[in-house]
Design a protein around this ligand. Sequence first.
Ligand SMILES: NC(=O)CC[C@H](N)C(=O)O
Length: 237
Amino acid sequence: MDFGLKYNILRHLLAQGLEVTVLPYDFPVHTVVDQYDGVFLSNGPGDPMQLGAAVASLRQVLQSQSARPDHIKTPIFGICMGNHVLGLAAGLKTYKLQFGNRGHNQPCLDLTSKVPKCVITSQNHGYALDDRVMPQGWAAYFRNANDGSNEGILGGGGVWRSVQFHPEARGGPVDTMYLFDEFAAQVSAFHQVRKQMAVQQSQQMVEQKVPETLIDPFVAYMAARNAVAVSSARAMQ
Ligand SMILES: NC(=O)CC[C@H](N)C(=O)O
């Protein structure tokens, strides 16, 4: 989702070997989410409260997938404005910081780390998520060690996550670039899950002769492949 996407984020996603479709800021992502292996929420300028359409659409994604086991939830990763949008969709609020956090040496505590861990981050934001009360199933991910503001959130057992800082920009050589590796790993794990589910569904479709047009294009594609495989296997019997 493009809220004012920095091209260097695209470069980092592509460098992971991911295929990326850029959707406009107000695209109803809930209508297409099942066709993708992951959703990325970009950075962007302005007040996050202006992004009502994106927030409402993403909320539908979260709500419709919240009962799923975590490994079959669509991985989501957000950066900066993406952290705001994900947080708003999850039920948090944003507020304007008295002093925006900008610069290349912002220390952030990783709240998931068993041993104290502080990462040095690059930042450029004027708003923050108020994480004093977290919605059920969500936790704060990072916290700014200077002003105590929220620096990220985690939900869906960790498959939904976002950071307030910019891992694609950094003072050191790698800093928090590992977050792109982790997102790409989640995306490829989910791709395998979707493929497996599509194969199972396609087997049922072949047996029940369900018209492909009624099914998600990915499932229909797998069904067509599977139908060929089944008919050639039968021909060989
Ligand atoms: N870099 C960003 O994405 C900024 C997010 C938001 N516009 C803010 O100023 O807080």
